[in-house]
Design a protein around this ligand. Structure first.
Ligand SMILES: [Fe+2]
Length: 448
């Protein structure tokens, strides 16, 4: 929801979270939507204005004294939003939680009724105002990173299924500064947790500023360089920390280990949607830009960035395109893959690519990382949300399943669309009775 009364929010990441449910049964689609009842949303609704700090905006304070009071509450985290508008996860114990980058913005919902159940409380004493918006979630555990803004670094934590208590696995100290790099997401392999340190870093001053700065809560520090750190999941020890070329990514796709003939791990491969080390993508996502497409091609280029991280003590890692970015129109974000391949060598990824000219990713693409090709789907004027892969029960082939997305069409309407995994041909489409705005991340919740 991008409007409160007659006030319009400014950035794609500011909207108040709407949860959408698609339910497939007997060849029919039943859908519904509901606003997540965060404190930030309820306060904005009842006061007719912003009351908490959203991604790019801060509430207007009546006077300077009120601002000073707000600074004090920012330190305690009180004024930060709990607007859980980034993604939905299903924990190993079945609870479904909506997430954002603030820790307080973890909100449990009922996936059947879409009702807000309440705050998901972390019952440990690890604190931390912010965390990665994309934890790694399996049936057994939930892993996430807590950036440390005071002593630049990251705490890596685990919460076992059924628990609300996070436990510290280990800590990574940043090699650059002045603050930790933004960690919207991170990848894991079977034995390691990868901690990215991007030169796009959190900026404590920007967090405190009353007006948005060009990169919002972040700053671009190319002089501070980019790094990838590798932590052993079992011991919490950092086993490698390499410098890599400068990079900008929101979303890591997956990672896996490479072995020598004796079975020793020699390197780690990690893939991400990489914006050619250009942070201007953040500015491109203001609503004003997104709503004013003039026919000119203004979407910055992106690629599948593939990191190779050596584990033999070499100081440098590599970053290259995993395939020719022209294969997917040099647009690349909102990625998914078969979750059974988490941390393992995988072949296929699904994402939003580009058919240019455009101002936003406007295709759905299936990428074959082995033969380095993409198959692209496009509907003129339509904007697809994240495509995600759902395996066929009993599937053995990696791409045996369906890919689900939602599309906002040219006329303002919308539909759900399903693709056959192996052929990537459209197999079903269901129109919504009314249009729904572009959405960020989804998840599949099986019936049982
Ligand atoms: Fe995301």
């Amino acid at each position: 929801m991008f409007n409160i009364g007659d006030y319009g929010l400014r950035h794609l990441f500011d909207g108040y979270a709407t949860l959408i449910r698609l339910h497939f049964e007997n060849g029919r689609l039943i859908a519904g939507h509901s606003q997540i009842q965060s404190e930030a949303y309820r306060a904005a609704k009842s006061h007719g204005r912003l009351c908490y700090r959203e991604f790019s905006e801060v509430p207007k304070t009546a006077n300077f004294l009120a601002y000073i009071g707000e600074l004090a509450s920012l330190v305690s985290g009180e004024s930060l939003t709990d607007n859980a508008n980034t993604g939905v996860i299903k924990l190993g114990d079945g609870r479904v939680v909506c997430m954002t980058e603030t820790t307080k913005g973890s909100i449990q919902v009922d996936p059947n009724t879409l009702k807000t159940i309440g705050k998901f409380e972390y019952t440990d004493n690890l604190g931390g105002l912010i965390h990665s918006a994309h934890p790694i979630v399996t049936d057994e555990e939930f892993l996430t990173l807590l950036p440390d803004l005071v002593y630049p670094g990251y705490r890596v934590v685990r919460m076992v299924a059924g628990s609300n208590k996070r436990e510290l696995i280990g800590r990574v100290d940043c090699r650059g500064g002045p603050a930790p790099g933004w960690v919207h997401s991170f990848p894991v392999t079977q034995n390691y947790i990868l901690v990215p340190e991007m030169p796009l870093r959190y900026c404590v001053q920007n967090l405190l500023k009353a007006e948005p700065t060009p990169l919002f809560k972040f700053e671009w520090h190319p002089e501070s360089k980019g790094f990838m750190h590798v932590m052993c999941k079992r011991s919490g020890k950092v086993v490698a920390s390499v410098e890599v070329p400068l990079y900008v990514t929101f979303h890591f796709v997956n990672a896996y280990e490479e072995h020598d003939e004796e079975g020793r791990v020699t390197a780690i491969i990690a893939d991400c949607c990489e914006h050619n080390a250009d942070a201007s993508i953040l500015q491109r996502l203001t609503l004003q830009n997104l709503r004013s497409f003039s026919g000119k091609d203004v979407l910055p280029d992106a690629r599948v960035g593939r990191f190779t991280i050596p584990l033999d003590g070499s100081p440098m890692g590599k970053l290259e395109a995993a395939l020719d970015p022209d294969q997917h129109g040099r647009g690349m974000d909102m990625c998914s893959f078969n979750p059974a391949y988490l941390g393992k060598k995988y072949r296929y990824l699904y994402a939003s690519g580009a058919k240019r000219p455009c101002n936003f990713p406007n295709t759905i693409t299936k990428i074959d990382l082995e033969i380095k090709t993409a198959k692209n789907w496009h509907d003129e004027g339509g904007v697809p949300s994240e495509p995600f892969f759902v395996a066929r029960p009993g599937a053995t082939a990696e791409d045996d399943g369906v890919v689900i997305s939602m599309v906002s069409d040219k006329e303002g309407g919308g539909y759900a669309i399903l693709f056959d995994g192996p052929t990537f041909e459209e197999i079903a489409r269901a129109r919504f009775p009314y249009g729904l705005p572009y959405g960020l991340h989804g998840c599949w919740v099986p019936k049982n």
